[in-house]
Design a binder for this molecule. Structure first.
Ligand SMILES: [Zn+2]
Ligand SMILES: [Zn+2]
Length: 178
């Protein structure tokens, strides 16, 4: 009758395997362990990947297909972004000199990297850093709503309000009073 029993720890806690390292943990422990384990696992793989990336970048003069397709880690540090821009600029400059020397067509310039930390204003499409963005977007929204309710419409609204007040005198004067 009693088939496969679930793994039981000292209490009545069932254990679950970590999908990264395969060790078993109680549910609440696994919840904490999982992200840490995954992070460690990724860290371990990094050197190998970057070495491969470097070899690909230098050995083969890839024209047209630039080795820029590595996944961008969403990090908060700006210096890293600047650093990568800098490296990219040097790389593309090298490619250009090489192309000129060999009489090949010039490689296209690297695409302008968009800072992932920046937030785009949905109204004017400009980009701002986090603190400036929240301030600006509020401001821009205000501007936008003012633009939507253009003076003609506002005047019409005021005029209808004036009419409701039965004062059928000079609406223009009334508008000025508002
Ligand atoms: Zn693990
Ligand atoms: Zn804006």
């Amino acid at each position: 009758m009693a088939g496969a029993q679930p793994f039981l720890a000292d209490g009545n806690q069932e254990l679950f395997p970590c999908e990264v390292c395969g060790r078993r943990f109680a549910a609440d422990v696994l919840e904490r362990h999982g992200p840490i384990c995954r992070k460690l696992f990724n860290k371990k793989r990094k050197p190998f990947n970057s070495l491969k990336q470097r070899l690909r970048g230098t050995d083969i003069p890839t024209v047209g297909k630039a080795p820029q397709s590595k996944p961008q880690p969403v990090r908060k540090s700006n210096w890293r972004q600047h650093h990568e821009d800098f490296i990219n600029a040097i790389q593309s400059a090298k490619q250009c000199t090489l192309a000129i020397k060999e009489g090949r067509p010039l490689p296209p310039p690297p695409p302008p990297t968009v800072n992932p930390d920046y937030i785009q204003c949905p109204y004017c499409k400009r980009r701002f850093n986090e603190t400036a963005a929240s301030r600006h977007i509020n401001f821009c929204k205000d501007q936008e709503s003012r633009r939507v309710f253009d003076p003609a419409q506002t005047a019409a609204r005021l005029a209808s309000r004036a009419q409701n007040e039965v004062v059928i005198g000079n609406t223009e004067e009334k508008l000025l009073a508002f």
